[in-house]
Design a protein. Structure first.
Length: 191
């Protein structure tokens, strides 16, 4: 697999929920396998295992949802200025992963899906009524409110972002319970 030099940026859904995003030389946007996995509430290797057929049922189900398995290795520069490699998928494939995880009732994926849908619906309705689009900071606020309310409907206004993320990404698997999944969670504390 050829390694492609790309631009890297931090995609901020809201403070605390971030993922590395990549822009290919042709302008296509992509997301790394581990970032996509964690954002959906899975362990960092979930998507890699599906793509490499280590979990063939997951791979087959994703393919049934339109997942192309068109992964690409990229190299980018970290915030510290070092080069590193990542394996990426396109946003259409990430959307298939969201659908898969929602069908599996993953809290993080359900919250993500509700947030994206609310933003899109809001944009179309604002446009239909001649209202200007929301600014990116207003969209992040709307996204966070929807995400947080999806994770903990009763108490989300009382919780801070870190608590919401911890609830969303705690994982259902025994080896991820009690914060053991939290290698990414520790990174969130740095934001």
């Amino acid at each position: 697999m050829n390694v492609i030099r790309v631009e890297r940026a931090t995609v901020v859904f809201f403070e605390g929920l971030v993922v590395d995003g990549y822009r290919m030389p042709d302008g296509e946007f992509r997301i790394g396998l581990s970032g996509a996995s964690r954002t959906l509430g899975y362990n960092r290797d979930w998507l890699r295992d599906a793509i490499t057929q280590q979990t063939p049922r997951t791979a087959k189900t994703l393919q049934g949802l339109g997942f192309s398995e068109n992964s690409k290795k990229v190299t980018a520069q970290s915030e510290q200025g070092n080069d590193y490699e990542d394996t990426t998928i396109n946003l259409d494939d990430f959307n298939c992963c969201i659908i898969y995880a929602v069908q599996r009732k993953k809290k993080a994926a359900i919250a993500l899906q509700k947030s994206f849908t609310k933003m899109a619906l809001n944009d179309f309705f604002r446009d239909a009524f001649g209202e200007p689009p929301l600014s990116i900071s207003e969209k992040r606020r709307l996204f966070y409110e929807t995400y947080a309310a999806s994770i903990s409907p009763e108490h989300w206004r009382e919780m801070d972002r870190e608590d919401i993320i911890r609830l969303a990404l705690e994982g259902d698997e025994d080896h991820l319970k009690d914060g053991l999944w939290n290698s990414w969670g520790r990174q969130l504390q740095d934001y």
